[in-house]
Design a protein around this ligand. Structure first.
Ligand code: NAI
Length: 345
């Protein structure tokens, strides 16, 4: 974590993104301004906006900006379909070696399915099935007769994410870390993950309870009794799936923030996409990006400002005040931001 005095301005890259991106980014920046967040924005284009102008959804100027600031707040980017494009999000993670994906989820709505979820999923972000090593094998006249995909996990990568996760748990006052794997079947691939995480966990035994669960059982246990999970530490693909499941337990992707964190840089974003179906209508829920911005404040040691935002947002949810349509309210995106700003403690 970066140690920076609160009075100092902190350069940070701002990507307004596609679809609802510019609307929720505007709302988020207004809330950040209201708590006097120290960020000095370098506005950069990415996604379709950049694609239309220069033919690349991640232009060099964007990469150079993040290389300099090492910190970014990102609106959702549309990944162009077809044409061999890889996900812009995966490319950014690789470019800045953002090995940890951190996704907190907390029950905020009073009439949600569960009122006691308070978990953080930490996912290895660079290895596993996402290395993109896949191809088809032609047989006779069928060019796609067989699909083959390779996955790898390294001891170095497992150690890095395990150290990050245990450290995060201790620093954030968490009590338990559950290592999620499929080592009964994928004995080498996720066996190495389990073994290495357990080894790293030895150092934290006095401070944390550490256990492990197989991924399929975890998926079921999350639905039966999500409160039993505190921090979940898992591999790339399992984390991708389980974090969306957990978001569903607390009211959906509209409330789910995420941080992609490496040793040298960090990018904070909403977990949801650019929602083209509601773009331009001013009705998108900015909560996920506002919560991601609060994580960004935590990252630069501005926890008081982050907590002010979170407390106000949580109060709005529990009182069902000023909410957007997806949460059963009638407020527009900027009105939602107005309510947060007016109610900051
Ligand atoms: P999506 O998350 O954009 O939308 C799914 C559904 O949730 C839609 O009905 C949408 O209206 C609703 N929704 C999403 N965010 C909302 C919000 N803040 N407030 C209210 N409703 C909201 O997923 P979809 O449609 O699969 O993807 C659209 C585009 O976004 C694609 O190009 C995809 O590649 C991209 N994407 C980008 C991500 C990122 O930049 N982190 C993550 C996921 C998708």
């Amino acid at each position: 974590m970066t140690q920076i005095a609160s009075e100092k301005r902190i350069p940070a890259t701002l990507i307004r993104g596609d679809g609802i991106g510019p609307e929720i980014v505007e709302a988020t920046v207004r809330v950040l301004d209201a708590v006097d967040a120290p960020f000095e924005w370098d506005d950069q284009e990415g996604g379709m906006a950049a694609m239309d102008k220069g033919g690349d959804p991640i232009p060099d100027a964007l990469l150079e900006s993040i290389s300099k600031t090492k910190l970014a707040l990102k609106g959702p980017l549309t990944t162009p379909i077809g044409g061999g494009f890889r996900s812009v999000n995966v490319r950014l993670r690789e470019a800045f070696k953002l090995f940890a994906n951190v996704r907190p989820a907390k029950s905020l709505l009073p009439d949600g399915r569960y009122n006691d979820v308070n978990t953080v999923l930490i996912r290895e972000n660079l290895e596993g099935m996402y290395v993109g090593a896949e191809h088809f094998v032609p047989v006779d006249d069928d060019p796609h007769a067989v699909a083959e995909s390779s996955s790898y996990i390294t001891r170095v990568g497992c150690r890095r994410i395990a150290e990050f996760a245990f450290d995060y748990a201790v620093k954030n006052g968490r009590k338990k870390v559950t290592i999620v794997h499929k080592a009964n079947i994928l004995k080498a691939l996720t066996g190495l993950f389990l073994e290495t995480c357990m080894e790293v966990g030895e150092k934290f035994k006095g401070q944390l309870e550490i256990d492990d669960k197989i991924v399929d059982n975890t998926a079921m246990q999350l639905v039966i009794n999500p409160a039993q999970f505190d921090v979940i530490l898992t591999t790339n693909m399992f984390g991708d799936i389980l974090s969306d499941e957990i978001a569903g337990l607390v009211g959906g992707l509209g409330l789910a923030p995420g941080g992609n964190i490496g040793h040298d840089a960090a990018i904070f974003e909403a977990v949801h996409g650019s929602a083209p179906d509601i773009a331009g209508q001013g009705i998108a829920n900015p909560s996920a990006l506002i919560l991601a911005a609060a994580m960004m404040l935590d990252h630069v040691n501005e926890q008081d400002k982050a907590n002010r935002i979170r407390r106000t947002l949580e109060k709005m949810m529990s009182e069902k005040k000023g909410l957007t349509g997806d949460l059963g309210g009638t407020a527009k995106t900027q009105e939602f931001a107005d309510t947060i700003i007016a109610n900051l403690d």
